[in-house]
Design a protein around this ligand. Structure first.
Ligand SMILES: Nc1ncnc2c1ncn2[C@@H]1O[C@H](COP(=O)(O)OP(=O)(O)OP(=O)(O)O)[C@@H](O)[C@H]1O
Ligand SMILES: [Mg+2]
Length: 477
């Protein structure tokens, strides 16, 4: 047995909506039916009661002492009976029956005094209605001779007599039945139409979700260029599709960057390895018998191995920086931190003038070791791209929401076409102008990764020939 939760969303939504819709319609239809039934019975009762009362009044007035006396009967003429002679209740029941009803008059003990019309066993039913009439309600509905009748019981004079009049309720019932059928058919048609319309509406509203599932599957099978590309719509599904495409853009860009990174890393590893292999080839073939050449080749091999170690260290550092656990933040007072950093960075400066530009006494949450590492990278870069005697300024200042740390130099600067790429792994500016050989192009990528792991941002401004400034913004919380 299939559970409701296993059904497709469009079927569940349609069932829910059709269920609510039907319950509402059923309540309305029942209310409407009961109201009409009540109205029709009340109307029929009122008019039937009025008819019976009119007959009684007519009968009573004909029996009234105010009525002019009957003309004297000529002697010998046959006796004339007025149809409304006083006390002659049979005339009353006949008058009532003459209007298509059944009628009877019973005395206080329920004995039949007169009856007319169709014999429907009115007298047997009399006690139920007369007791109601005694309590003030003239009308009741009873099942007599297999049919439902509207029975009116009215007291006749003070002697405890009752007039009973009954008429079948079949015409009213026929109207009600017709209405019941019309309501049921209408309800069924509405339900079928509502279900079909609901299925169509929910299917078309949820179609983009199916498209998204297909797009996801195609992306998962390797085609990263797939997008949902839903036409502009500002509802939840439109926003979900836009967010999905945005995420797919990000995944594609990240995967491409990763591919580029792997290709660059392989290329960077290949260069020293190829140099090593070349040196070893020469050594193995004939240079072992030539000590000066062997010494020169061994030294070159040592340099390449050192370069490989450095590359591996930087790759490891970069991969660690991308995992936030590698960053151990603590409350860091900037003034003493920079004091210590400047002492250590002095050894890197190589005839450059290293100056500290202090800001206010600030404390920020940061990993001091990681922060020191990236500042060393920035100062190292500044040293590589300036000439002896240049000025390198390190400092910090307050900034909206945090603090800005900067490293500025007055060196050769960065070309505008290089500036957008310098934070990419393995990117190096024009190598002919790079004075130090052996740079891997990972230094600034590491700076960016560490800063982002702190929840901060890094940027660079530069004027070719006029120096460069690297600015790190770190949040104060
Ligand atoms: N202060 C600077 N002045 C001028 N150019 C700079 C400066 N800092 C960085 N660059 C440019 O940015 C490029 C990338 O710097 P990055 O530190 O990432 O690599 P690298 O210094 O070449 O190698 P390493 O991995 O050894 O740091 C450099 O090759 C250089 O062209
Ligand atoms: Mg560098």
């Amino acid at each position: 047995m299939r559970r409701l939760g296993d059904l497709p969303l469009k079927v569940r939504l349609t069932l829910l909506y059709v269920g609510l819709f039907s319950a509402l319609l059923a309540v309305l239809a029942t209310g409407f039916y009961l109201d009409t039934r009540h109205y029709l019975i009340a109307e029929t009762t009122a008019s039937f009661q009025a008819q019976v009362e009119a007959s009684i009044r007519q009968w009573q007035s004909s029996a009234s002492p105010l009525q002019p006396p009957a003309p004297p009967v000529p002697p010998g003429a046959p006796a004339q009976h007025s149809p409304f002679a006083s006390g002659d209740v049979s005339t009353l029941v006949q008058t009532i029956a003459g209007r298509g009803a059944s009628a009877a008059v019973v005395d206080a003990s329920g004995n039949l005094l007169a009856s007319a019309g169709k014999n429907i066993g009115l007298v047997q039913a009399a006690p139920a209605c007369t007791s109601k009439a005694a309590a003030g309600s003239a009308a009741c509905t009873l099942r007599l001779s297999g049919d439902v009748y509207l029975v009116i019981a009215l007291p006749l004079g003070a002697g405890g007599k009752f007039v009973l009049a009954a008429q079948p309720l079949r015409p009213v019932e026929r109207v009600l039945l017709r209405q019941q059928i019309a309501l049921s058919v209408g309800l069924a048609v509405l339900l079928v139409l509502g279900t079909l319309l609901g299925l169509w509406l929910t299917s078309s509203a949820l179609k983009p979700l199916d498209d998204m599932v297909e797009t996801c599957n195609r992306i998962a099978s390797g085609d990263l260029s797939q997008r949902v590309n839903l036409p502009q719509r500002n509802d939840e599904i439109g926003r979900l599709a836009a967010a999905f495409d945005h995420m797919a853009d990000w995944v594609e860009a990240t995967m491409e960057a990763q591919q580029r990174f792997i290709a660059s890393a392989a290329h960077e590893l290949r260069t020293p390895l190829a140099a090593l292999q070349g040196s070893m080839d020469v050594l193995l073939r004939d240079a072992l018998d030539d000590p000066p050449t062997a010494h020169r080749l061994t030294q070159s091999m040592y340099r390449e191995v050192t370069r490989l170690f450095r590359l591996c260290d930087q790759l490891l550092g970069l991969s660690r920086a991308h995992t936030a656990e590698a960053i151990h933040k603590r409350s860091l007072a900037l003034a003493p931190f920079f004091q210590e950093f400047m002492t250590q960075a002095g050894f890197l400066a190589q005839e450059r003038h290293l100056a500290l530009q202090k800001g206010s006494s600030l404390t920020i949450p940061a990993d001091p070791d990681a922060l020191k590492r990236i500042l060393f990278n920035l100062v190292d870069n500044a040293v590589q791209h300036t000439v002896e005697g240049s000025e390198i300024t390190v400092g910090w200042r307050e900034a909206p929401g945090g603090v800005e740390i900067f490293v500025a130099d007055d060196g050769e600067g960065i070309q505008p076409e290089d500036l957008p790429h310098i934070f990419e792994p393995f990117y190096r500016g024009d190598r002919s102008r790079s004075r130090r050989k052996g740079g891997t192009g990972l230094g600034l990528a590491l700076v960016k990764a560490v800063v982002e792991a702190h929840g901060g941002k890094v940027s660079a401004t530069s004027t070719p020939g006029g120096g460069s400034t690297f600015t790190i913004w770190l949040p104060e919380l």
